[in-house]
Ligand binder design. Structure first.
Ligand code: 4NP
Length: 162
């Protein structure tokens, strides 16, 4: 029997939850709306660190996203919690450091896939989304480009599971 209609839950994870993971969250949501509006997917994001809890996405992320028709303004940063490992089916890390943090806090009863987001975009030949926080505006465009490519692959994988 196929799992038609089963909701899949995806959590994107970076360090601060103000640049990369909220961007990935909104990019995936936009592509799902455009390409697979009936696919039952829930999307959220969180950070491994507590630096920015409650803060909206970085203004540079918001500006870059808005130029592509994506509004990040309603998002607020939160930290990853143990319950995320049972609530979500996929915890997708932006870089290897985020992945290590997740693996270290993963409870034994978690059946979630904990992996790097860019594993869903093999043609990129890149596994980490570079942290744009201390860089220039180009870094925020790169985050959007990488998030779009990997979201496309993730949607295909989710459709194959449905
Ligand atoms: P993010 O970027 O992990 O993509 O949200 C960062 C945000 C804040 C800091 C580092 C990275 N920080 O050091 O405050």
């Amino acid at each position: 029997m196929r799992n038609a209609g089963t909701v899949r839950r995806v959590l994107f994870v970076c360090l601060g939850n103000i640049c990369r993971s909220p961007t990935a969250e909104a990019v995936l949501r936009q592509l799902l709306t455009q390409q697979a509006p009936d696919l039952p997917v829930e999307v959220d994001s969180a950070g491994t660190a507590d630096y920015h809890i409650g803060a909206p996405p970085d203004a540079r992320s918001q500006r870059a996203a808005l130029r592509r028709g994506i509004d990040l303004s309603a998002l607020r940063a939160r930290q990853v919690v143990a319950h995320d490992f049972t609530r979500f089916d996929f915890l997708l890390a932006m870089d290897r450091s985020n992945l290590r943090e997740l693996q270290a806090m993963r409870p034994r009863n978690s059946r979630a896939r904990v992996q790097l987001f860019l594993e869903y975009a093999p043609p990129l030949r890149l596994l980490e989304v570079p942290d744009p926080y201390y860089g220039d505006a180009g870094g925020f465009e790169t985050v959007l480009d990488l998030a779009a490519a990997a979201s496309q692959g993730l949607i295909t994988a989710l459709q194959e599971m449905a």
